[in-house]
Ligand binder design. Structure first.
Ligand code: NAD
Length: 505
C-alpha cells in the first residue's frame, strides 16, 4: 500500500465514509500527485440514479414547507461541520486533485463562506410589493422553492462548486442531486458524509433531500434529461455545457451553466508593474492553470512590454514546480496525461502560428505516471489559433497593443466571457473598461488578476461561458420560481388597461 492510498483511506475513515463506497468498485481514482490508483469507487447504475432522483423529488414536497430560516439552520450546521473538518477535507482535495495545501484549504474555506452567506439569505428571500394601477388591489411577487436541483460539477473545484449550489438550493427549499466529476468522487463522498453529520445534528430531514450519483458523463446525461429535475446547474467545459443545455431546453427545464473561460488581463502604461507581476503569476500559474478563471491571455501595452515580459519570463523560469504536498511547491501536477497532451498540442499549434514558447516542458517529479509541467509563456504575433481556445493547462499567451480600444477589442474578441482584468492607474481608462463599452465578461476586475473570486458577488460569465450565475448577490433567484400575485380587496372588478367586459348580472 502506498502512502497516499493509506492517507486517503485514513481520511475517508475519519470522515465516516463507508469503505464499500470507495474500495472494490469499478471507477478507479488516480491521484495526480503520483498518478497511482488510490481508490476504486462504486458507480451508480441508471436505475439507482432514477431512484435517487425520485427520492429527491419526494423530499422536495416536504422540504419546501419548512420555513426558510429553519432551512438556513441546516446550512449553518453544515458550515460548522466544515469548519471542524477543514484540514481533513482540504487535504483530501489536495490528494485527489493535486492542489497545493493552501489551495485545498482555500476551497473548503469557500464552502464555509457560502454557508455563512446562505444562512443570512435564508431570512431574506424577498419579493417586491409593486404599485397596482387598480384601486384596492395589491400587486406583489413571491419566490417559491423550485424543485430538485441537479448539480453537475467539474474536477478542478471538486467540492466548492457543490457548496455554491447546495447551500443556496437548500435554503431556497429545494432538494439536490449531485453528479460530481468522475475524476473526483472521493471528495464528493467525503462532503456528503460531512453533510450527514450536519443533518444528524439538525434532526429530521426528508429522506432524499441530498442525493449523490457517481459515474461518467452518461449519468450526468440522465440527470439532465429527467423531467423531475426543473433546474440543472452544470459546471465544466463548453462542450459539456452545450450538450446539457440542449437536453434541458428540449424539456423546458432551466440550466445554470458555468463553462470554460479564456480570461485576459490588460496591462496599461500606468500599471503598477510590481503588482501586475505578482497578480499575473498567481492568475496564470496557480492551480497549475486549471481554474476556470485562470489567466490565459496577457494584453500588454507596447510601452511597458519590455519592462514586464523579461521579468515575467524570469518568474516563469524560477517558479517552484513539484509535489504539491511538499512545502515550497507552487505549481503542482496537471490532472492527467490527457491534459498534458492537450497542452503540448496547443503549444505546437502556437509555434506553427509564429508564437515564441518559453517553458511548457514536462518536469519529472514523481515518475512517469504523473504529469508535471513548467508553465508556458507564449509571445504571440496576433490573437489566432490556440489563443482563441481554452486549453486547461498553464499556458499564458502574451499579446501587444497600442490603443485602449484595441486592447478591449482583443480581450472581448473570443467566444468565452468569464473573467477579465485591467491593470491601470488611469481613472478614465478604468471607467471606460468597466462601462457598457468595456469588458464583456461576467467578471471585470481592476488592479487584481482574473482568478480568486469572493463568494459575495455573483459568479459566472457570458457567451460560451454559459450565462449562469452562482454564489453571491441575487444568484439565489436561479433556484426559485417567481410568482406574481394580484389581490383585489375591493368590492368592484376593474380590469387592467381600462378594459371593459360587462356581462351584466
Ligand atoms: P468536463 O466538461 O469534462 O466535465 C464536467 C462534468 O460534466 C463532469 O462531471 C462530467 O462527467 C460531466 N459531463 C460531461 N459531459 C456530459 C454530458 N454530455 N451530460 C452531462 N454531464 C456531462 O470538465 P472538466 O474537465 O471536469 O473541468 C474543466 C472545465 O470546467 C474547464 O472548461 C473549466 O473552465 C470549466 N469550469 C468552469 C467553471 C465556471 O464556474 N465557469 C468552474 C470550474 C470549471
Amino acid at each position: 500500500m502506498s502512502s497516499i492510498r493509506d492517507e486517503v483511506t485514513s481520511i475517508m475513515e475519519t470522515l465516516g465514509v463507508s469503505a464499500e463506497l470507495y474500495q472494490g468498485g469499478t471507477l478507479s481514482v488516480r491521484t495526480p500527485v503520483t498518478g497511482e490508483i488510490v481508490a476504486s469507487v462504486r458507480v451508480t447504475s441508471a436505475e439507482e440514479a432514477s431512484a435517487a432522483i425520485g427520492r429527491a423529488a419526494t423530499a422536495f414536497r416536504t422540504w419546501r414547507l419548512v420555513p426558510g430560516p429553519r432551512r438556513g439552520e441546516l446550512v449553518r450546521l453544515l458550515g460548522n461541520v466544515l469548519r471542524e473538518n477543514k484540514d481533513l477535507l482540504g487535504r483530501l482535495v489536495s490528494l485527489e486533485v493535486g492542489k497545493i495545501p493552501s489551495e485545498g484549504l482555500g476551497e473548503v474555506q469557500e464552502m464555509i463562506d457560502i454557508c455563512d452567506f446562505a444562512v443570512g439569505l435564508s431570512r431574506q428571500l424577498c419579493g417586491q410589493v409593486i404599485q397596482s394601477e387598480r384601486p384596492e388591489h395589491r400587486l406583489m411577487e413571491q419566490w417559491h422553492p423550485l424543485g430538485v436541483v441537479g448539480i453537475i460539477s467539474a474536477f478542478n473545484f471538486p467540492v466548492a462548486v457543490w457548496s455554491w449550489n447546495a447551500a443556496l438550493a437548500l435554503i431556497c427549499g429545494d432538494s439536490i442531486v449531485w453528479k460530481p466529476s468522475e475524476k473526483t468522487p472521493l471528495t464528493a463522498l467525503a462532503t456528503i458524509a460531512l453533510f450527514k453529520k450536519a443533518i444528524a445534528e439538525f434532526g429530521e430531514v426528508p429522506e432524499g433531500l441530498s442525493e449523490l450519483i457517481i459515474g461518467e458523463a452518461e449519468i450526468g446525461k440522465l440527470l439532465s434529461e429527467d423531467e423531475r429535475v426543473p433546474v440543472v446547474s452544470a459546471t465544466g467545459s463548453t462542450r459539456m455545457g452545450r450538450a446539457v443545455a440542449e437536453v434541458v431546453a428540449r424539456r423546458f427545464g432551466r440550466s445554470i451553466l458555468e463553462l470554460g473561460g479564456n480570461n485576459a488581463s490588460i496591462v496599461a502604461p500606468s500599471a503598477d508593474l510590481e503588482m501586475t507581476l505578482r497578480a499575473v503569476a498567481f492568475g496564470a500559474m496557480g492551480t497549475a492553470g486549471q481554474r476556470c478563471t485562470t489567466l490565459r491571455r496577457l494584453i500588454v501595452h507596447s510601452s511597458v512590454y519590455d519592462q514586464l515580459i523579461p521579468r515575467l519570463r524570469q518568474v516563469y523560469a524560477a517558479i517552484q514546480i513539484g509535489n504539491p504536498l511538499e512545502e515550497g511547491s507552487l505549481v503542482g501536477p496537471l490532472v492527467d496525461g490527457a491534459a498534458f497532451t492537450a497542452m503540448q498540442s496547443s503549444l505546437e499549434a502556437a509555434r506553427k502560428a509564429g508564437g515564441t514558447v518559453h517553458g511548457g516542458e514536462r518536469v519529472l517529479v514523481n515518475g512517469e505516471e504523473s504529469f508535471y509541467v513548467r508553465p508556458a509563456l507564449v509571445e504571440m504575433p496576433s490573437q489566432m489559433g490556440p489563443v482563441l481556445e481554452e486549453t486547461f493547462a498553464p499556458i499564458l499567451y502574451v499579446l501587444k497593443y497600442e490603443t485602449p480600444a484595441e486592447a478591449i477589442a482583443l480581450q472581448n474578441n473570443v467566444a468565452q466571457g468569464l473573467s477579465s482584468s485591467l491593470f491601470s492607474n488611469d481613472l478614465r481608462e478604468v471607467e471606460v473598461y468597466l462601462s457598457a463599452a468595456g469588458s464583456d465578461c461576467g467578471i471585470a476586475n481592476v488592479n487584481i488578476g482574473t482568478s480568486g473570486a469572493e463568494i459575495g458577488g455573483a459568479f459566472g460569465g457570458e457567451k460560451e461561458t454559459g450565462g449562469g450565475r452562482e454564489s453571491g448577490s441575487d444568484a439565489w433567484k436561479g433556484y426559485m420560481r417567481r410568482q406574481t400575485n394580484t389581490i383585489n380587496y375591493g368590492l368592484s372588478l376593474p380590469l387592467a388597461q381600462g378594459v371593459k367586459f360587462d356581462v351584466g348580472s
